[in-house]
Design a protein. Structure first.
Length: 156
């Protein structure tokens, strides 16, 4: 078994894809072409890393969705970074439905990833008032990202 895993559930022309592990030069998307799909849900919460070869393969693969509605769920920071930096990583007809935001506490050194969901923490118009996140000691944590850069994809 490779460093990545795909699970694909097809219901007529609706595809639900779950990806986990590492997306790199060893990834083979060819068995998972999206041609004929009208909607594609891509769940990314278990993706651990992606490199430039993986990004190239991803863009070719997601392009096989054609004009299908594409929605990304549970995007970790490494995926959000690619959406913000790499043209075509999120196709033109694609939307991010949920993504993780890293938080950090200077006091305790604690780190948390908080899931932001469309309609709750963000909308098509952008970021709503972010939630107050506390560490295990009850101390308030701060977002561990540059907001202007990290949330840039919400304005696309």
């Amino acid at each position: 078994m490779g460093k990545y895993e795909f699970k694909v559930d097809k219901s007529a022309s609706d595809f639900k894809v779950s990806i986990s592990g590492t997306i790199d030069e060893d990834v083979d998307f060819s068995p998972y072409q999206l041609a004929g799909a009208t909607s594609v849900e891509v769940h990314l919460g278990a993706v651990k890393s992606i490199n430039s070869c993986g990004i190239r393969e991803w863009i070719k693969w997601i392009g096989t969705a054609g004009s299908a509605k594409v929605e990304y769920f549970e995007c970790p920071k490494i995926i959000v970074d690619q959406i913000n930096m790499v043209q075509g990583f999120l196709p033109a007809q694609g939307r991010v439905k949920s993504f993780y935001v890293p938080y950090y506490s200077d006091d305790s050194g604690a780190e948390k990833n908080v899931l932001f969901t469309e309609g709750k923490e963000f909308t098509e118009q952008g970021l709503q008032t972010p939630p107050v996140v506390k560490d295990d000691e009850g101390k308030e944590m701060e977002m561990d990202v540059v907001e202007a850069k990290y949330f840039k994809f919400l304005k696309k």
